[in-house]
Ligand binder design. Structure first.
Ligand SMILES: [Zn+2]
Length: 134
């Protein structure tokens, strides 16, 4: 990967990190409505729904901000390693990096990883079942 591409991905990552970090600041914003208009009762379920959507979204975002920080660190400390799969050292597809510049694994390693997780989950259920039979 040439330095121009590295700069491009660093820019993408920096923007993503900025957006993720500022979501937390936006979250506190609805509070300012409290002293202007009292919350009507029929509005409440909608507000709760909004809050649960926001919190599940934040949870998902929290998972990838570490990946984004990690990717930025790689670009800063050893830029030549950026864009390669951490598992098999093969270059990660550009289209994949464009969508998820923080990704650590290539498509085939990611699939293997997911299969392992699925097998593990299935195994976990099976053991639970055996335990109940006894
Ligand atoms: Zn790989």
């Amino acid at each position: 990967m040439d330095p121009k591409q590295q700069a491009h991905y660093r820019q993408l990552l920096t923007r993503m990190q900025y957006e993720l970090e500022n979501k937390d600041a936006i979250k506190a914003e609805p509070m300012r409505n409290d002293d202007v208009t009292p919350v009507e009762e029929d509005v409440q379920p909608y507000v709760e729904m909004e809050q649960s959507i926001a919190s599940s979204r934040n949870l998902k975002l929290a998972c990838s901000i570490d990946d984004i920080r990690h990717a930025l660190q790689v670009l800063r400390e050893s830029p030549d390693d950026y864009g390669y799969c951490e598992e098999c050292d093969e270059p990660i597809e550009e289209r994949r990096l464009e969508l998820m510049p923080y990704v650590r694994l290539c498509v085939s390693c990611q699939q293997k990883e997911e299969e392992r997780a699925a097998v593990y989950a299935a195994g976990g259920r099976k053991y639970a079942g055996d335990f109940i039979d006894e």
